[in-house]
Design a protein around this ligand. Structure first.
Ligand code: SF4
Ligand code: SF4
Length: 526
């Protein structure tokens, strides 16, 4: 199929052209995953604070029912993906590089799929206040589905900031992953409707959809969905190069605008949203449905029938693998996410989360065990490919030496962890591990600093309160003492009272005088 490829005017620094391996699953239409025997829903499915459970073991729940409430501004609601019974709330393993456990709600489906009462659809969204629409996204528990898992209601809260462009990220630049490609081929209209709603929420005037040229069917589907009327929406096709899907890289590719170091797209009047997020926004606003499922790519040479499945959040990965025909004898590793930014799982008995876009059952050829790292030879290859204009080998030295101040001075926090540097490093140094380690240490010490600051403020406040109470007590005592002194001095400030007292004294004196007159005089001559 011929593609109307409009070459972007801009090209970001660095990046890589790597085999995309998308053919394994790109032509597999999305199928509904079978209802699993149990669903395990982690309370933390997003960046920010964990949600707070609203149910307990033994409770019956309905599909779409709110089962855990956002506990803070940066937090997200969680809903029951199907009807059934809560059987357990406990710490369980989740998809995490360390094999970490986290509090989860476990639901045993009843197979009935009974829906809870849902909020009314907002069909007149164009006339609806953005704050009300944001509230709907917050209720629906929508987070960034491209992997960032940041609550969408927070990201779209642009109050007081001018936004002119909404970027819809359809680049899907990581090898192997095809869930966004399939979504666009099959539901481009839904994605564009969600994009229009998001544009209204953030007050942008235009929408730019950025998509790599290795997805010709999705591009055609998007163009068709625009139905000739461009409606302020432009489809921009960019050459395939990793990591085009990085927010800053995509913004530069599409507009030539650079987001400042440690800045946000909002700082240059833009907001970025992933295509699957846009589709879930449409679902929440137009049908009142919460985010309870997502498309997941199951791929790699280690699975019999790679494909794309719409899975309920909480579905065990093992059940998706089974639905894809199970493992092949070549399976060597199970990776969540893409091969560049993803991580190996310890087990497939972990659940699909809102941010789980792909699981790769990789063969040893696809994901070989890394050879032992050698010393850095300062070849500079990592610098050439870094799309964030960093000096990866310098940051590596500082992270290794635990010199975190220097690492930050070398813009550690601009690193998007794309892995390009590690991919080209001839010494096979796991560079990204060092950056993650340094970031984690810095965040931990910042949390400690904030805790200490909080404790110091509480101490100062307590001291001030004790002093104030003591001063008040002393003032009360002083007043009491003064009043007593006045009383004992017999003085009165009240002139009326003083006049009465004086009159009483005069009467008493007169009475005493009369008594004296009546008294018998001295014995006279008798
Ligand atoms: S690519 Fe590897 S060996 Fe070369 S400078 Fe960077 S860290 Fe050192
Ligand atoms: S992982 Fe970080 S340092 Fe390495 S290339 Fe990507 S952005 Fe640059």
């Amino acid at each position: 199929m011929a593609v109307d490829l409009t070459p972007p005017v801009w090209d970001f620094h660095g990046g890589l052209h790597i085999p995309d391996h998308k053919a394994l699953s790109a032509d597999r239409p999305v199928v509904e995953a079978t209802l699993p025997s149990r669903l395990q829903l982690a309370l933390q499915q997003h960046i920010g604070k964990s949600a707070e459970a609203l149910v307990k073991a033994g409770d019956q729940v309905l599909k779409g029912q709110l089962i855990a409430r956002a506990s803070d501004y940066v937090s997200a609601n969680l809903h029951a993906p199907t009807s059934g019974r809560v059987v357990e709330i406990a710490e369980m393993p989740i998809a995490h590089p360390s094999g970490l456990s986290a509090p989860c709600i476990v639901i045993e489906p009843d197979g009935e799929e009974h829906w809870a009462e849902l909020p009314e659809p907002i069909t007149n969204w164009a006339e609806t206040d953005p704050a009300e629409l944001r509230e709907r996204l917050r209720w629906a528990g929508i987070v960034g589905l491209g992997g960032a898992v940041f609550p969408t209601s927070v990201k779209t809260n642009v109050t007081g900031r001018a936004v002119d462009t909404l970027i819809i990220n359809a680049a899907e630049c990581e090898p192997y992953i095809t869930c966004d490609d399939r979504l666009l081929r099959e539901q481009a209209e839904e994605v564009l409707e969600g994009a229009r709603i998001l544009r209204h929420i953030v007050g942008a005037s235009r929408i730019l959809v950025g998509i790599e040229d290795n997805k010709p069917e999705a591009i055609a589907s998007l163009r068709e969905a625009l139905s000739g009327d461009d409606d302020g929406i432009e489809i921009r096709v960019v050459p395939t190069k990793y990591p085009s899907g990085g927010e800053k890289q995509l913004i530069y590719l599409l507009t030539g605008v650079e987001v400042p170091s440690q800045g946000l797209p909002l700082d240059v009047g833009m907001v970025c949203q992933n295509v699957a997020t846009a589709a879930s926004v449409a679902d929440a606003v137009l049908r009142g449905r919460p985010l309870i499922s997502r498309i997941v790519t199951i791929t790699g040479q280690g699975v019999s029938r790679p494909g794309n499945l719409r899975a309920l959040i909480g579905t065990p990965v093992s059940e998706l693998i089974a639905q894809c025909g199970g493992y092949t004898p070549q399976v060597h590793k199970l990776i969540m996410g893409g091969p560049m930014m993803g991580f190996a799982l310890h087990s497939d008995a972990v659940p699909v989360a809102k941010g789980s876009n792909c699981f790769i059952a990789a063969s040893a050829e696809e994901a070989p065990d890394p050879p032992p790292a050698k010393p850095c030879i300062r070849c500079g290859e990592c610098v050439k490919v870094c799309p964030a204009y960093l000096l990866p080998q310098q940051i590596y030295w500082y992270a290794r030496a635990r010199d975190f101040d220097q690492a930050q001075d070398h813009h550690l926090f601009d690193c998007i962890e794309c892995g390009c540097c590690a991919y080209v490093c001839p010494a096979r140094i796991p560079l990204v591990h060092y950056y993650r380690f340094a970031k984690t240490e810095i965040w931990a010490s910042e949390r400690e600093r904030q805790k200490a600051e909080h404790a110091r403020r509480r101490h100062d406040f307590r001291e001030a309160r004790i002093k104030r109470l003591e001063a008040e007590r002393k003032a009360r005592l002083r007043k009491k003492k003064e009043a007593l002194e006045k009383k004992s001095a017999g003085t009165s400030d009240d002139p009326k009272k003083a006049a009465i007292e004086a009159a009483m004294k005069r009467v008493a004196a007169r009475k005493a005088a009369q008594q004296n007159d009546k008294a018998p005089g001295p014995q006279g001559d008798n």
